[in-house]
Design a protein around this ligand. Sequence first.
Ligand code: NAD
Length: 493
Amino acid sequence: MLRNCSALSRFEPMEKILNYINGALLAPISNEFIDNINPSTGEVYSYCPDSDERDVALAYDAAAAAFPAWSNMSVNERSNILLKISRLIEERNDELALAESIDQGKPLWLAKLGEIPRAKSNIHFFATAIEHFASESHAMGNHAINYTLRTPIGVVGCISPWNLPLYLFTWKIAPALASGNCVVAKPSEVTPMTAYLFSKICIDAGLPQGVLNIVHGLGPKVGSAMVAHEKITAISFTGGTKTGAEIARIAAPMFKKLSLELGGKNPNIVFADCDFEKTVKESVRASFTNQGEICLCGSRIYIERSIYEKFKIEFVAQVKALTIGDPLHESTKVGAIVSKLHFDKVLSYVSIAKEEGGNILTGGKAYKPEGNCANGYFIEPTVIEGLGSECRTNQEEIFGPLVTLQPFDTEQEVLEMANSTPYGLACILFTENLSKAHRVAANIKSGIVWVNCWLLRDLRTPFGGVKQSGVGREGGWEALKFFTETKNVCIKI
Ligand code: NAD
């Protein structure tokens, strides 16, 4: 992949990624590195630090030392430093997008137009939000007045996944830093590159040393050392439900503040009274953007029986037209699956779906592009019908380019089907009937509902899931409240 691409001139092949601790770029104490693989070629193209609890301890010490000055800095000064970081992300958009596309397998245009601009917005949003963050007061007639003090927690931990690497990394770090905390952060070892480039941006922006520390490495080593560290008293985690449960198991008895954004198995409900053309187009987007590797993708599509055949024919036709292949090509709509491990997992669900009696309407196989990407991890966008709600394919998170179609007859029936999984992150529904939209939205068990759209995001809104999709909310004031301690002061008059 690194061959034949002049756009990569600013990007060092076989670069050793470094930790960012106390303002400096450092090799891990072990001096061991993990191979970082480009998923569209299957080749090692850089190395990620294999850090351990010693690096976490170093990062904590740096963060603790930086905390008094950072937390006492005026909000305006903190905000200005963060704004500088956001400007540098914007200036380096194309470099970061290229790195993200190579590291993760996503189409380059998607990283350029969507994800890196969103990382910039995350920092910009919280840099400005903090200037408007206020707390309440409660007067008790003429007897007393209560006011709420919100103060930074101290040193907090942020752990993020591989699917939207810089986007989700900054989504946590920005509110944590804006509200005056110092941070020990761990990006996914599967996609460490843009967090490394981000550490260089922080240096260039003049972020004081120790305020943010980025420790790269494996989850069970670095992540669990952060969770177990007795002085890191809050953890904001985004990732799989199983990992979230493991983190809660360790952190809950230590009484840490926890925000857990976990897996999803989101329903996409298509009523017969929808705007048909827009619905099919948006459903394709909601199914296969980023190879279906977005926790918010709709992977169970329920279609009202009277339009089932019509929807199926048009949906499958549009899915077949999606171009798969080299993420760096402008025409590519579906890039590479992030890793061999995940590629094998997604394909294993095709086998499970077949065993369960599913009928594959399109896809269902690995895809082998010609040229540089011949050994990459590509899977055809896959559509399956004929499976009931109770089967594994419709219950378990697959997190790849695989969706199922199921017909339904009544609103009550589709609500039961939609609510039948252990997850409750997001729901998408398509109808032109406003009352129906309100009714279904109110009865769906999920933290987010999109009506006649998907992934339309306002950063002020609460973001998160119910059931096994998580605990707590990110976004807007919710994130700033999470990253601050709340104290009531009652003064008798
Ligand atoms: P993962 O749980 O394997 O890893 C997430 C992060 O946790 C990584 O940085 C990893 O190194 C770290 N980690 C792993 N084991 C750990 C441990 N024992 N202690 C502490 N940290 C540990 O998830 P993933 O495979 O990187 O990401 C995919 C998952 O993330 C999917 O389930 C997806 O739905 C979920 N996700 C959720 C949201 C959301 O907002 N709810 C957003 C994106 C992704």
